[in-house]
Design a protein around this ligand. Structure first.
Ligand SMILES: [Zn+2]
Length: 234
């Protein structure tokens, strides 16, 4: 399947928000695709989607996802995460339940520094990010656009100072001129080497096939020589 020590997809949506499949179905597909790590990362407390995961349901969500690990005998790690919308008109960021979020395996943040999408700046959400003790990352970030006023080295320093990983998101909607955001931002990802961890996510919602659609993302990582920079989740 691959020469990599991991084959990860750390970004997928289930029926707990706007995805079409259960965590169980997503994990089964990940196992069929020989993934080593798959994360369920539903939208959390945001008006962006009609159905999202709520604070009071978070513990049951984590329990459901973690219980799936028993089936795969260590060949696949199934991780519990959420995706947080940093647009303050849709998500009340200061009311997020940090103690509960700290029971997850990872937390994803979308639209950081993205004014088009009403996202908060990294400086605005830094206190929140610093209060979360589990791995946190910025997802489907169009670095070459939303961080264009910063050099790649500056962005690497900014992310490293908050221990944030950067995602390579392979979903077809996250493209400009037919080219994925991460490929536009190759010089940023090169500056991340040895400073900022990288994750790969497909943002699967509607098709199970999407869960193991990792080839182009890993090809990019290999071209950068960044296999050792991939996120490791304990
Ligand atoms: Zn997503």
């Amino acid at each position: 399947m691959s020469d990599h020590s991991s084959w990860m997809n750390l970004h997928n949506h289930s029926i707990h928000s706007d995805g079409d499949f259960s965590p169980e179905q997503i994990a089964a597909e990940a196992s069929r695709g020989c993934l080593t790590h798959v994360a369920i990362t539903d939208h959390f407390e945001t008006a962006k989607v009609r159905r999202c995961l709520k604070s009071e349901g978070l513990d049951d969500y984590i329990r459901e996802i973690r219980s799936l690990n028993e089936r795969y005998d260590g060949s696949l790690r199934v991780l519990a995460g959420v995706e947080i919308d940093t647009n303050p008109d849709r998500c009340v960021l200061e009311e997020l339940p940090v103690d509960r979020l700290n029971r997850l395996d990872l937390v994803l943040f979308e639209f950081v520094n993205d004014e088009w999408n009403g996202g908060s700046s990294l400086a605005e959400i830094a206190p929140l990010i610093d209060s979360i003790k589990v791995p946190c990352g910025l997802v489907h970030t169009d670095f070459a656009r939303v961080f264009q006023s910063f050099s790649p080295c500056d962005v690497a320093e900014m992310l490293a100072s908050h221990d944030l990983f950067a995602e390579v998101n392979t979903a077809s909607i996250y493209k400009r001129q037919g080219i994925p955001y991460y490929e536009h931002a190759e010089r940023y990802y090169r500056a991340f080497h040895d400073k900022v961890r990288i994750s790969i996510g497909t943002d699967a919602h509607r098709t199970l096939r999407e869960v193991s659609n990792l080839g182009r993302g890993y090809a990019f990582i290999d071209r950068l020589g960044a296999a050792d920079d991939l996120v490791e989740i304990k």
